[in-house]
Design a protein around this ligand. Sequence first.
Ligand code: SF4
Length: 465
Amino acid sequence: MIQPKYIREKQWDGYKNRDFLKKDKDKVTVLFNYIERRKSFFLRSFFKRNGFKYEDLGDYILEDVRWGKEYGNRMECNPMYFTGGSLLRNLFRIEKETGLSKEEIVEKYVFVGGGGQCGPCRYGMYPQEYMKALDDAGFKNFRLIIFSTGFTRDKVDKNSALKINLPFRIGMLQSSILADLFHAAECAIRPYAVDKESAMEVISRAEEHVNKAFGQRFFFLKLPKALKEAGEMIAAIPKKDISLPKILVTGEIFANLAHNAGNYNIRRFIMDEGCEALPGYLTQRIMYDMWRMIKNYDRFVKYAENYKDKIKYTLVRIQIKARRRFVEFFWDTYIKHFNPGSFGAKMEFHDLDLIGELGEPYYHPEIFGGEGNLEIGEAIYYADKVDGFISSKPFGCMPSSGVSDGVMAKIMHEKPELNFLSIETSGDNEVSILSRVSMLLFKAKEKYNKKILQNDFVSIKKQEL
Ligand code: SF4
């Protein structure tokens, strides 16, 4: 009998990830980036304050997709190729710049990255995918420090140099909120600035100013003043006295919030084409994660098999609600000092219960994975509030395929006033994607001008009466 070429003899347990131990802290550099430049820019301060050697890998670039595809598995989702590809690109750059061998790089560097959500999403596969690509690229046994979404608890080893524990999560949360503040500032200023280049320079200087305070040991004493001063610098930027059509961009977290090649830098494109892009906040996405976890635990409590389980699930639910309060506290406090209203930025969270209710007839809010019901609920909520609505969906994204390509067809049918466009971010095809966005913007401008004419007509009629 001919034997098959490969016989599975035992269960494959995946690639093993070595720990980054305290004893190696001084010899090892922590590499990191997540979603976009501003977020990792502020996270630098956490590493600085905690005595790590670190290197911020910054924004993703188009070349990352090529690296990701060359060493990753076929048919991964696009953020996997961008994030994994960025790590590989930088490791090869380090090899070239330092002259270190691959084996030396494996010992001298670690990477902090995300992974871990399950459900109809590939995020849970990220760590193994990173390790597969690193292995194939010759960086065998490279160490990864993985944090999961939702600011949940992970197992902490007492000898680990970098623990995904409460201080780290608070550092990430604070960095995310600070990045959101400056993103809101850019969205409020960029399309209206008298001189766009110098306005962006002022925003960069304000960022540096805040991060300098954030990087200090007693940053909590310095940060309020720095935020206030940064807000004042931004409020002083000269703006044109005009109003513009409003465009909302939504979709999967990376495709929505990567303000770089990861989503064709779509908000900046919109703003530079004469429309206002509403900001997209990572903190809002963190709130959604906690909202969906509370929904989960509501069900666990309801269907608990016994009284002991009921108590256990109730306590976890209380804990998540407390964490949500914690996020709101930082958000409200930083906003109070930064005063985004002084330069025309609005920083409010969605009412997630309302978004869930609106979307429920089309997509049950308890179907989790990716962005769940968010895009659908937002489309219904914003149908008469914005002039254009764009869903940015990564190539190969499983949850977004069901939503942006599936359910949204029904929403468009029922809400014809929604000027809707779904784009797929694959890392290439930029010209054709942005030309489709241009067409949406053209329609948005028409819609907006019609609205202005109607309003003018109504006010003239009122004056005549
Ligand atoms: S939501 Fe989609 S794009 Fe994002 S990690 Fe999951 S499968 Fe990939």
